[in-house]
Design a protein around this ligand. Structure first.
Ligand code: FES
Length: 141
């Protein structure tokens, strides 16, 4: 194992032990809970957007729930990374973005752990958008 990998492992442990943005937002724009189907661990993601609509910018993110070190570290890193991004940018993220944040190769067994927070945030954003679209359609009727 090279030095670089050690450094990333330490970062993962640090985020696991001292998670950033852990908790719940008071009145989030949207909130979503999802689980890793492999183990049943659940993560909740709260997101505050600066405005409604497609160009909405993520102002704040909080997460809570349980999981292994990889899932918790990924959630912690993602919660910081997402601030300032648009909802479109969140929805464009894929598993490589999470692997890059973590800085280590993820074994196929742990991929679902690594992408759990990203998936929950994306599902929450899609549901939120769907509701906005529904509201628009209802108002226009
Ligand atoms: Fe449950 Fe990793 S083992 S999230």
């Amino acid at each position: 194992m090279g030095l670089g990998s050690d450094m990333y492992r330490q970062q993962i442990l640090d985020h696991y032990k001292n998670p950033r943005n852990y908790g719940e937002l008071e009145d989030p724009t949207f909130s979503h809970v999802g689980e890793n189907p492999m183990c049943g661990d659940e993560i909740r993601i709260d997101v505050d957007l600066s405005e409604d609509g497609d160009e909405a910018v993520i102002e704040a993110v909080a997460f809570s729930g349980d999981g292994c070190a990889i899932s918790q570290a990924a959630a912690s890193m993602l919660s910081s990374e997402l601030q300032g991004k648009t909802v479109d940018e969140l929805l464009e993220m894929d598993r490589d973005d999470v692997t890059e944040l973590l800085g280590v190769d993820i074994s196929p067994m742990r991929v679902k752990c690594a992408v759990l927070a990203e998936k929950v945030a994306q599902d929450g954003a899609e549901i939120y958008r769907g509701e906005l679209d529904k509201e628009k359609t209802t108002t226009e009727d």
